[in-house]
Design a protein around this ligand. Structure first.
Ligand SMILES: Nc1nc2c(ncn2[C@@H]2O[C@H](COP(=O)(O)OP(=O)(O)OP(=O)(O)O)[C@@H](O)[C@H]2O)c(=O)[nH]1
Length: 383
């Protein structure tokens, strides 16, 4: 049977949780807006301090090494839960953390001084941490966006296993695996410290992966989307266009392009100001999206210029869709200080030809058509 030296294990638990606290602190310094990393850092530090005080039992006063130490550990797990709420953007229910911490502190005072009882203390601290970890797991499982589904489930699993082990530890303690000396080699105690070490490492990896994944999506979004209108930017749109062109060539299908420009947009800026101009751009993009089909692609390719890819569309259906878009924009009401701002758009339509495989030449055809629509008096569609 492997002998687990409890004092060594408690020292390792302190070092590991401190190291994890430093890792989370570094992550927070690198991403100051990710406040969850700060709570996870402080939480790990509180757990480390708690285990440090426990490790010095017999050297430190009993008050520090028992009630304060265990309260610090529970507070640490409470702060991990706060970090989960912050990560998910949920409101922080501090009362859960405060009542769990206060409950452990006062019951430890009772079971240390008034009716000394180590098993009762073990059951209380284990069940309270299991409950906090269970709530963390439940929040992570309940509030999942599709892109974060797997990584949150993994973190929830670590919290869940931790809660499960702590519940088992309480049952074993209640069932009579009595512990009178906390530092005597005992497999239930040894496993408890191992659980702290393993779960601290796994949780830190899981938290780091969750933050990294979200950052990665954020960066991808910034690189591909126009910040104002939330549609593709020019770069992402052109990439989509080139992909769509080669798909058309492969499958011998049709593709049409609409190039749309807001008429006299400069006048709107001059009359109402740049921020109203921005509102108009946003509202126009939303109106266009509403008029397009699911498979169509929209991008903002210049100041007040939008481009659309219409897969599987010949010239006739492209004209129908462009008329729908034109109507959607000009019937879209935008008001500013009680005044209605009327918007019209001009649209150039181009349809891929059998021997045409270049995006640049297709775009140029749409551009020339747009020029004709503008020259023809605006609020028009031209091919
Ligand atoms: N508010 C706002 N204005 C922008 C943005 N990008 C470009 N603009 C403005 O869009 C206007 C474009 O003006 P022009 O190119 O002269 O075109 P227009 O006034 O729409 O005239 P036509 O296209 O000929 O009908 C300029 O005043 C730019 O400053 C933006 O992101 N926000």
């Amino acid at each position: 049977m492997i002998e687990l030296d409890i004092r060594t294990l408690s020292l390792v638990a302190v070092l590991v949780t401190l190291l994890m606290a430093c890792a989370m602190l570094l992550l927070w310094r690198l991403n100051p807006e990710e406040r969850s990393a700060r709570s996870w850092a402080i939480g790990n530090a509180a757990i480390a301090i708690g285990f440090l005080c426990i490790g010095f039992r017999g050297i430190l006063p009993l008050f520090i090494s028992v009630p304060v130490a265990n309260t610090s550990i529970v507070l640490g797990y409470g702060l991990l839960l706060v970090g989960v709420w912050e990560f998910l953007g949920q409101s922080k229910r501090w009362w859960i953390v405060v009542s769990a911490t206060a409950f452990v502190f006062f019951s430890f005072l009772y079971f240390t001084y008034l009716s000394p009882d180590i098993p009762s203390r073990i059951v209380i601290v284990s069940l309270v941490i299991a409950a906090l970890s269970g709530v963390s797991a439940q929040c992570l499982l309940k509030d999942r966006t599709p892109r974060m589904r797997k990584i949150q489930a993994l973190t929830a699993a670590v919290f869940g296993l931790h809660a499960l082990y702590l519940s088992l530890r309480s049952i074993l303690t209640l069932a009579g695996v009595h512990i009178q000396d906390l530092f005597a080699s005992n497999w239930v105690q040894g496993l408890a410290f191992l659980d702290v070490i393993v779960s601290a490492i796994c949780l830190t990896f899981a938290f780091t992966s969750m933050i990294n994944r979200r950052l990665q999506f954020h960066l991808n979004h910034l690189a591909s989307y126009d910040l104002l209108t939330e549609v593709f930017n020019r770069r992402a749109f052109e990439q989509a266009a080139v992909r769509e062109m080669s798909r058309c060539a492969r499958h011998k299908t049709m593709l049409s392009v609409l190039l749309l420009d807001i008429d006299h947009f400069k006048r709107i800026n001059d009359r109402y100001g740049h921020s109203v101009g921005d509102q108009v751009l946003k509202s126009t993009a939303t109106a266009i999206v509403g008029a397009l089909r699911k498979e169509d692609v929209l991008g903002r390719i210049g100041g007040e210029e939008f481009c659309m890819l219409l897969p599987e569309s010949d010239q006739e259906s492209a004209i129908d869709i462009s008329e729908r878009v034109r109507m959607a924009v000009c019937t879209n009401t935008i008001t500013h200080e009680g005044q209605t701002i009327s918007i019209t758009v001009s649209i150039g339509v181009a349809t891929i030809q059998p021997d045409d495989t270049s995006w640049i030449s297709l775009f140029q055809i749409a551009d020339q058509a747009l020029y004709r629509a503008k020259a023809g008096g605006r609020n028009l569609i031209a091919i």
